[in-house]
Write a protein that binds this ligand. Structure first.
Ligand code: ATP
Ligand code: MG
Length: 275
């Protein structure tokens, strides 16, 4: 078996994402991730599977992971450069891919960028992201496992928790679509009679995160005069509900949402490409 020669790693606040090719002759990328608190396990896996590989690391925990890989030839790369490079790489496989777009990375937190074929720069961000999804879900329901959160949220109904514009206008014609959320969690009554249904609460957390991230992204897109928003980040992994909320709300606001297969590995791919 050929040894693995290159490894690109995005060591983020929540997950360490790794991209590599099983052999130099292979075209396809392989992917694996570890929870960031298990950084030692990640380092052991790299030492075991790619003892000779050149490694390029990006992300907030790059220096920490580098310190665990003293036997390796390790370089680091600026997170936003790596992420944008990885996104451009993945966009090659997308038919009708946009040339200029807003890039929204919904990781632990959310970072929003402008990108085209020549340049990219950061527009801003929001502390509301995948970390909020887990933190709020846990505080409200006691469920802290990501997969359990996303599976349970699918069964929920936001009607009892969120206040829609049509709820406020009560039969009158609203000036904006009545289906829009007027207030996330705004339909909760404080007399104790409100829903305590775990699925409803988790669905509403998903709505809060998805709509906040989308609102910031469409405003950013308007500011730069583009209509496509590429959404990446592990918060969308296996999470159709969050994707649906983001797609629907982006469309309603007159923009187009693009999701990339393996988009959560963009930073790791960009790091790999820089080797
Ligand atoms: N297996 C998993 N375990 C925990 N969280 C997961 C998992 N899969 C997806 N997630 C979601 O993805 C989020 C992390 O996304 P991502 O990996 O893009 O962030 P990060 O790169 O670690 O963070 P940042 O870029 O903000 O430093 C989590 O907050 C959670 O909502
Ligand atoms: Mg990240």
């Amino acid at each position: 078996m050929e040894p693995i020669m290159k490894m690109g790693i995005d060591a983020g606040g929540t997950l360490i994402k790794i991209a590599y090719r099983a052999a130099e002759s292979e075209e396809v990328m392989e992917y694996i991730h570890f929870p960031s608190p298990q950084i030692r396990e990640a380092a052991s896996w790299i030492k075991q599977h790619a003892p000779e590989a050149k490694v390029c690391i990006t992300g907030g925990k790059a220096a920490l992971l580098q310190s665990c890989l003293s036997q390796h030839d390790v370089s680091t790369i600026v997170e936003f450069d790596a992420t944008c490079r990885g996104v451009q790489y993945l966009l090659q496989d997308v038919e009708g891919a946009p040339e200029a777009f807003v890039l929204t990375n919904c990781g632990t937190g959310t970072s929003i960028h402008y990108a085209d074929t020549n340049k990219h720069y950061r527009l801003g961000g929001s502390g509301v992201g995948g970390g909020s999804l887990i933190g709020l879900s846990y505080l409200l329901t006691g469920i802290g496992d990501y997969n359990e959160i996303i599976q349970t949220a699918k069964k929920g109904n936001r009607e009892h928790v969120d206040l829609k514009v049509s709820h406020i206008y009560e039969g009158a014609v609203p000036p904006i679509p009545g289906d829009l959320t007027a207030s996330n969690f705004g339909n909760v009554r404080t007399d104790g009679s409100s829903t305590r249904d775990i699925a409803d609460l988790l669905a509403s957390v998903m709505g809060l995160v998805g709509e906040t991230v989308t609102t910031a992204s469409v405003l950013a897109a308007g500011q730069c005069g583009v209509s496509s928003i590429v959404y990446i980040g592990s918060s969308f992994v296996s999470n159709e509900l969050l994707q649906d909320i983001v797609v629907g709300y982006t469309k309603l606001r007159g923009a187009e949402a693009v999701f990339l297969e393996n988009g959560s590995y963009s930073g790791a791919i960009g790091a790999w490409l820089s080797l």
